[in-house]
Design a protein around this ligand. Sequence first.
Ligand code: SF4
Ligand code: SF4
Length: 135
Amino acid sequence: MAIEISEKTIKHEFIEKINELSGQDIYKCFQCGTCGGACPMSGQMEILPRKIMRMLQLGMAQSISELETGWECASCHSCSVNCPRGIDLARVMEAVRLLILRKNINKIEPSRLPEDVVRELPQIALVAGFRKLTS
Ligand code: SF4
Ligand code: SF4
């Protein structure tokens, strides 16, 4: 019984953290799927944004941290402007990434980027990538 309460607390804290970081209320999502239909990256995503929202509502922190979906999000805000519940899903995706980055886990290691990639990419793309993918 004690373990069950502890797990509930952890889930609650995770959901509160996502809401705090994103400034959104993930419980407002009613699973309509409009976000996935508007998302230009949905064809490449491991799971659709609607499912991420459901997993967040269920407090599935570990499973979400193992998915690529948060990183595959292009932060284009198409989902946000189309959500009938007014949820800024792009900010929720950012919160998902932040929770991982705040554990000092980088998605990419700048020092390991191949020289030709660093030479050829526009500086602004590198800076934007580092801001999104490193802690
Ligand atoms: S569009 Fe909004 S309400 Fe609909 S599934 Fe996506 S986040 Fe939830
Ligand atoms: S912000 Fe991310 S999840 Fe939303 S539509 Fe753009 S790529 Fe898709």
